[in-house]
Design a protein around this ligand. Structure first.
Ligand SMILES: Cc1cc2nc3c(=O)[nH]c(=O)nc-3n(C[C@H](O)[C@H](O)[C@H](O)COP(=O)(O)OP(=O)(O)OC[C@H]3O[C@@H](n4cnc5c(N)ncnc54)[C@H](O)[C@@H]3O)c2cc1C
Length: 441
């Protein structure tokens, strides 16, 4: 079938579906992108919150990207987003506070090449005993020599213990990284997937370990430029289209919502695993897949927005917090000119789920005040709880392939990119992989 004769329906306009659609449209292939929601972006979207007469544009969760997010950066460049306008690029550094004290501080000197910058960074970091710093360096060297591969997956906490990482190193360094990258408690998180993240962050170019902190809200960053690109390239982006079924027919597939059907030669199902069964449940050859994804566990991410007077600012755009519920705080004034607005992140399950959102906001405000005594009382707050933010990246979690037993029917979505935890980059790569099966059959 030549390219002009192909018509692809992509179900789900999250990062995976949008990544697939852009790549198909760039090849002149006809695409219709359907999403159940009133906006695109899926789990990476902005949210308008009204307080009195004012509307505040927040994100459903503060997102962090890495220099290693190669395909995401390429995707953004292809739809006209310049990195310098979109992100603040921060070289590898961590500054974690326990109350007013510095609990851990790592600065990898940006004047040195990798991995020397990491070596010096770990050697000179604050908050670890000398012997612990040496243990971290030895561990990183061992991982490098083994190409970041392990024979058997194991819970990360056990793996770190076997590799002589003390509880202090784990608390200060590895656990925060595991929560940020895998959004999964360290006692159940997959060591194999964590090592894949370390490999892609630390093993190649120095810029891979940079943090990329969005300067735009997530819709300005992703959905809007991607929708503009798709509209300009003959693709259709349709909202409020909740797909109910996919039916094979002589020409391919009929993709149906309650009200209408879309005919397609090829289909990419780019939904989160949570709702997959609703759409593929009637396809008998996908019953194993539905069972597999039904068995997934999910982890929450809470973002607590606290608005302080506009002149309030922190010493850095991103700071770590330990010893309480709060894990990271982002100064949205430094990042996206939302002056005085702080976004506090709490990843994965924990005690914060046992209290009300009002109590949580109050507790987080107290923790911020303890760490940064210059802060006044917040003027308003908003808690956004994404209860099933990501799949729980557990040991040996089964991950389905992009190809299905049905011809021309592919899967995309963060859970299908087997190398990575649930991330923007995993989602984008999955979409590109699925699109490539159609572009180069
Ligand atoms: C609060 C939060 C913080 C995060 N922080 C980070 C971070 O810092 N860094 C990072 O890399 N990743 C982060 N992630 C993870 C990242 O956002 C996700 O991995 C990624 O966005 C998943 O994209 P996706 O396309 O696979 O799935 P989704 O974004 O879930 O997209 C699926 C789409 O399918 C649509 N859909 C569902 N059912 C139907 C149907 N029946 N018909 C049509 N459409 C349907 C949905 O509306 C949705 O738009 C975070 C996630 C959350 C929630």
């Amino acid at each position: 079938m030549n390219k002009q004769a192909r018509h692809v329906v992509v179900i789900g306009a999250g990062m995976a579906g949008m990544g697939a659609a852009v790549n198909l449209a760039a090849q002149g292939i006809q695409v219709t992108l359907l999403d159940a929601a009133a906006q695109t972006g899926g789990r990476a979207r902005s949210v308008a919150i009204e307080f009195g007469s004012q509307v505040h544009q927040l994100d459903n969760g503060q997102h962090i990207m890495l220099g290693a997010y190669r395909e995401t950066l390429k995707l953004l460049a292809s739809v006209g987003v310049q990195e310098k306008d979109a992100f603040l690029r921060v070289p590898l550094s961590l500054d974690v506070r326990a109350g007013k004290q510095t609990a851990f501080k790592l600065n990898a000197p940006s004047c040195l090449p990798a991995p020397l910058n990491q070596l010096i960074g770990f050697l000179c970091c604050q908050g670890l005993h000398w012997s612990e710093r040496v243990a971290v360096i030895k561990f990183m060297l061992r991982l490098k020599n083994s190409h970041y591969q392990i024979a058997d997956d194991a819970p990360l906490a056990n793996f770190l213990h076997i590799n002589q990482q003390s509880s202090n190193v784990t608390t200060m360094l590895w656990e925060p990284l595991c929560l940020a990258a895998l959004n999964t408690p360290i006692n159940i998180a997959s060591s194999r997937i964590f090592l894949n993240v370390l490999r892609d962050t630390f093993n190649s170019k120095k810029a891979d370990s940079d943090f990329l902190l969005p300067k735009l809200d997530l819709s300005q960053l992703f959905s809007q430029p991607i929708a503009r690109y798709l509209n300009a390239n003959n693709a259709k982006v349709l909202h409020n289209k909740r797909v109910k079924s996919i039916t094979p027919n002589a020409n391919g597939y009929s993709v149906s919502t309650k009200e209408e059907s879309f005919e397609a030669s090829h289909v990419i199902v780019a939904m989160s695993p949570v709702r997959l069964r609703n759409v593929i449940g009637d396809l008998p050859k996908l019953s194993n897949l539905a069972e597999q994804t039904d068995s997934y566990d999910y982890q929450p991410i809470y973002t607590i927005y606290l608005q302080y007077p506009r002149n309030t600012t922190l010493s850095a755009p991103m700071l770590g917090l330990t010893g309480g519920l709060s894990q990271w705080v982002f100064d949205r004034g430094i990042l996206c000119k939302q002056h005085g607005l702080m976004a506090v992140i709490i990843s994965a399950e924990g005690k914060h789920q046992d209290i009300t959102q009002e109590e949580l906001a109050l507790k987080v405000a107290q923790e911020l005040k303890a760490a940064f005594p210059q802060l006044d009382k917040p003027l308003w707050h908003k808690v956004i709880a994404e209860k099933r933010a990501t799949f729980s990246c557990n040991v040996n979690l089964p991950r389905p392939a992009h190809i299905t037993p049905y011809p021309h029917l592919y899967l995309a979505g963060d859970y299908t990119y087997a190398d990575y935890p649930a991330t923007i980059e995993g989602a984008v790569r999955s979409g590109i992989n699925a699109a490539n099966y159609i572009i180069n059959p």
